[in-house]
Design a protein around this ligand. Sequence first.
Ligand SMILES: Nc1ncnc2c1ncn2[C@@H]1O[C@H](COP(=O)(O)OP(=O)(O)OP(=O)(O)O)[C@@H](O)[C@H]1O
Ligand SMILES: [Mg+2]
Length: 363
Amino acid sequence: MDHLAFDDFPDGLIVAGPDGRVTYVNERVRKLARAEGDEMIGMPLAEAMPFDDLNGHTWMECVRPYDGLNTRSAILEQSWYSPRGSEYLITASLKRDRPGGRVQQVVIGIRSARVRNRHDRERSDLVATVAHELRSPLTGIKGFTSTLLTKWDRFTDEQRQFMLETVDAEADRLTRLIIDLLDAARIDSGRLTLKRGPVRLDELTERVLRSISAAGSEPSWRMDIGAVQTVWGDEDRLVQVFTNLAENAMRHGHGLRRVEVVEAEREGVHGVRVRMCDRGPGIPPEARQRVFSRFWRSGPGAGSGLGMYIVGGIVTQHGGLVDIDDAAGGGAQIDVWLPVNEPEALRDGDDRGSVIGSGTTRG
Ligand SMILES: Nc1ncnc2c1ncn2[C@@H]1O[C@H](COP(=O)(O)OP(=O)(O)OP(=O)(O)O)[C@@H](O)[C@H]1O
Ligand SMILES: [Mg+2]
């Protein structure tokens, strides 16, 4: 067996023979034990495995790899502590000369628990943040419903109407938040799948902006559109991207000033760039990376901080890029660049009707 390859293995490996003495250690173990060369070969396994459970019980005493049930062939992963106090996840496999026979070889894997611990911590932070996000709209809902239930007669019709409208709006907010959380979880786990078809980005952007301005005031931005702008992407997901960006421009950027849709090449790849410039304070350079993190938000209009995380996730999944800059004349300038991604079938003139058909009937 080529043991040299195991020296590059990121986890520690220790092999011991039938007499309980070490026959092989890889480089990771030598580093951990601060041992040189063949120093550890022939060492009793108990000495080579100085890990304990913080109550003074050592790995060897607890696991007893050479004793115990004679059908045992593996020792499941458990966490143990090195003499220096670091946590490790240790597993082992036991090789016997025949089923039920004596243990001939013990192979031990030692992995640092640092990464797992960080993931655990991140996960519980995430649960706490999500719970907190869900609680605030619920507090509003509960407050008004219980007031209405107990003190119905004390309010005028207008007051009741107002409370119910608030409850309704908070329930909508909760629904939106849950949809965003589910999308964020999809992006996190790489399960965001795209239903691609041809998407006219100029039309899509206009549609998104019209629906947003209908909810608010008169549109006051200028729209510049280059030639026909079609990319192959997921229309619903792209609506989500530009809705989030336009909402940000309204909420954090004092309204849109200019929208531009043009063809743009990037490192030789043919694509389309949608640029949105607003009238606000802009996004400071030190925050330009951070806005793409989950739950990062700041300032008076801040929401849940999931918007840009989802924007980044969807655009990346399309093979595109988002750039944040200062707009000429002030405000934030957000560029979304998407590659055209034309399916090969079309580029080669290979007429596979289903691809074209499904695309054109959608739009
Ligand atoms: N156009 C902009 N101008 C200035 N600041 C912005 C702009 N867009 C985003 N930001 C800043 O980036 C933060 C993160 O944006 P993001 O869209 O992720 O979250 P949000 O808008 O606060 O909440 P959500 O979109 O989840 O409702 C915002 O809180 C805001 O501080
Ligand atoms: Mg937002």
